[in-house]
Design a protein around this ligand. Structure first.
Ligand SMILES: *Cc1c(COP(=O)(O)O)cnc(C)c1O
Length: 226
């Protein structure tokens, strides 16, 4: 099946309120353009340099989402154009995004990444870290970022019950912070669900799914987030 056929079939199966991020990491611009040609405008990348190169060559009405782990010293390379940063997991990183956004005269939308999986290797904040970040006085000062929601990745397992529990946990945190009145927060996005688990994620309340291999076919192992 072609990229366009796969994308069309996924899109037609989605409830209308779900935002689809086409995860195009490691894929060539020609693949992304096939998706673009049939209307896809949101692409997700996990390496800042690769995203910046694609941004330079591709049409300017694309919204670029940074879905990978962000190194503080690379924020400046995406600050001029990135539209949403999914993987924010420290105040220090938020401060750097704020600083670089200010230099570019922008407000950059950010999602806080929450650790919901069993695996130690997946990044993200735990409950205490989330609470202290959201109640930090420093947050009030950051006029060039806006926290628009949460992102999480479930454990990589066949056990659907476990994945469901992890998604429900993330949804409950989302519901809680949506109601609270924290500085610089305008919560409307819950980014959860990938090729293998997006249907379950949607059932659990996801508003944004990140789909790569089901659109663009499998990646080589080097393209994976570690
Ligand atoms: C690669 C990646 C995805 C997409 O994964 P697929 O299984 O290919 O759909 C989604 N989210 C994050 C954070 C990723 O790194």
């Amino acid at each position: 099946m072609s990229i366009q056929t796969k994308l069309e079939s996924i899109k037609s199966s989605l409830p209308s309120k779900i935002t689809l991020v086409a995860v195009s990491k490691t894929k060539p611009v020609s693949d992304l353009m096939q998706a673009y040609e049939i209307g896809q405008r949101i692409f997700g990348e996990n390496k800042i340099q690769e995203m910046a190169e694609k941004w330079e060559t591709m049409p300017k009405d694309i919204q670029w989402h940074m879905i990978g782990h962000v190194q503080t010293n690379k924020v400046k390379f995406m600050a001029p154009f990135v539209s949403l940063v999914h993987g924010v997991d420290s105040l220090k990183l938020l401060q750097e995004i704020n600083k670089q956004a200010k230099k570019n005269n922008r407000v950059i939308d950010c999602l806080l990444q929450i650790h919901i999986a069993e695996e130690e290797t997946k990044f993200g904040l735990d409950d205490d870290e989330l609470n202290s970040l959201l109640s930090s006085d420093d947050l009030v000062q950051m006029e060039n970022i806006r926290i628009t929601g949460l992102m999480g990745m479930a454990t990589f397992t066949e056990n659907q019950n476990q994945v469901e529990k992890e998604f429900q946990h993330l949804k409950s945190i989302y519901d809680r912070i949506k109601l609270s009145n924290n500085a610089n927060c305008q919560i409307d996005t819950l980014s959860m669900g990938m090729s293998g688990d997006y249907q379950l994620a949607i059932d659990c309340g996801s508003t944004m799914i990140r789909i790569g291999s089901s659109i663009f076919s499998a990646r080589t192992p080097e393209g994976e987030t570690k």
